[in-house]
Ligand binder design. Structure first.
Ligand code: NAG
Ligand code: NAG
Ligand code: NAG
Ligand code: NAG
Length: 379
């Protein structure tokens, strides 16, 4: 749920001046906490979830496999932004354990799970310069690449790892660049989260290596989302069936689909120097941070508020990033967590409150906002 709070970090501040004027109805959209305090708040938030870690399989009691990958991402990004190595050992150990237990980070047969973990591995490389982490990210990228619809696949109507005739075009647009959600031969769904994760990791690998195989992969998949998956309001849709071309209901709108794509576009714009990706990012961001689908006029994200049980929506979130800017949107979420949803250093998944006893999923959802806030305010 935190992902929208976070993608704004990616945007240059000039975008706020242009398109993203802060609605005055938003609650508490500034923040005067100094850097040391923001670091300490993020650190306490991480340290409050860490006792749930089972180091034997890199899982966290109370949340699922893909969500656990995002806890490691938050730790690596904390160190990246704070300039520390506090969580290096726990992150590298967790990634190494999961990668050795589950080939290419795929525990349950989902390419998006694998990509969340591969992204965590990339963040670990970024934070610590750890080459093993980069190798895990690259190996997983190579594996998931087997489930991308290539230009040739779209032309032939076949995909080497699928046992059904694939749709080469849907809604008049090429399906090239779409990434199948599941590796299984009969899995037909192609979704925005798997594809958005692929856009993003490809762009990061391009940035790191300068190898245009990654750049081209990122562009093709970014085009798939651009051409097929953006609704008239500018919000990213969920799934297209890669055989029948049917689409998920238009009401299935989740912050992470827009948020992960925005992160990918930010990196892709950087790698390619192509301003059209920045424009697209700006348009989607402007729509997403004001969407009434997941927030009221106070701006506080309500998606995935779930006091009594974990669910996927609680984990629909994304990360902090390398770019630094003021972020009124993150501050709305930050102040809500600290003022409405807090119980000591634990946070409810209902960011409008009330506070409650610790839950692993509530703490997970808070992590990205807290880590991002390190970077989104000055000094
Ligand atoms: C927002 O800015 C005002 C004016 O500078 C300040 O008094 C207030 O404490 C700030 N809010 C937060 C949550 O930091
Ligand atoms: C670029 O990356 C691709 C995909 O990982 C790899 O197959 C290729 O060998 C790389 N090229 C170079 C020059 O390293
Ligand atoms: C990437 O795309 C560019 C532009 O279309 C092309 O010139 C280049 O050969 C491609 N690189 C790879 C590795 O496919
Ligand atoms: C805060 O957390 C403690 C310990 O988990 C719990 O006993 C208490 O009920 C919580 N407070 C609220 C207001 O829910």
């Amino acid at each position: 749920m935190a992902l929208l709070a976070l993608f704004i970090v990616l945007l240059p501040s000039l975008i706020f001046a242009q398109d993203l004027g802060v609605p005055l109805t938003w609650r508490d959209f500034n923040n005067s906490r100094l850097l040391a305090e923001r670091i300490s708040i993020a650190e306490d938030t991480i340290n409050t979830i860490l006792p749930q870690l089972d180091a034997s399989d890199a899982s966290f009691n109370g949340i699922g496999y893909w969500q656990a990958g995002n806890v490691f991402s938050a730790m690596a990004n904390f160190d990246h932004l704070a300039g520390t190595t506090e969580y290096e050992d726990v992150v590298i150990d967790g990634l190494t354990t999961a990668f050795s237990l589950f080939t290419d980070f795929d525990q349950f047969g989902f390419n998006d799970d694998a990509m969340w973990w591969a992204t965590a591995a990339y963040y670990a490389f970024r934070a610590y310069g750890n080459e093993d982490a980069l190798s895990m990210a690259t190996a997983t990228w190579t594996h998931v690449s087997e489930y991308v619809v290539s230009v040739a696949d779209a032309a032939s109507g076949t995909q080497p790892n699928k046992d059904f005739p694939i749709a080469g075009t849907c809604f008049g647009e090429s399906m090239a660049g779409g990434v199948f959600w599941q590796p299984t031969a009969d899995g037909t769904a192609i979704n925005s989260i798997t594809t958005g994760l692929y856009v993003t990791l490809s762009a990061f690998l391009a940035e790191t290596t300068g190898n245009d195989t990654y750049t081209n992969a990122s562009i093709l998949s970014a085009q798939w989302i651009q051409n097929l998956q953006i609704n008239p309001d500018g919000i990213v849709l969920d799934t297209v069936d890669g055989e029948a071309c049917t689409r998920s209901p238009s009401t299935e709108l989740f912050t992470y689909n827009s948020g992960k794509y925005l992160e990918g576009l930010a990196v892709l714009a950087d790698v390619t120097g192509d301003d059209s990706w920045t424009t697209l990012m700006t348009d989607i961001a402007a729509a997403a941070i004001k969407s009434t689908v997941w927030e009221g006029s106070d701006g506080i994200i309500t998606e995935g508020a779930s006091p009594t049980a974990n669910n996927d929506a609680v984990g629909f979130k994304r990360y902090s990033s390398e770019a630094s800017t003021k972020s009124p949107y993150n501050d709305v979420q930050y102040n809500a967590l600290l003022e409405l949803a807090d119980n000591g250093t634990s946070y409810s998944s209902s960011w409008e409150g009330p506070p409650q006893a610790f839950t692993t999923w509530g703490q997970l959802a808070a992590l990205d906002v807290m880590v991002t806030a390190i970077n989104t305010n000055s000094p």
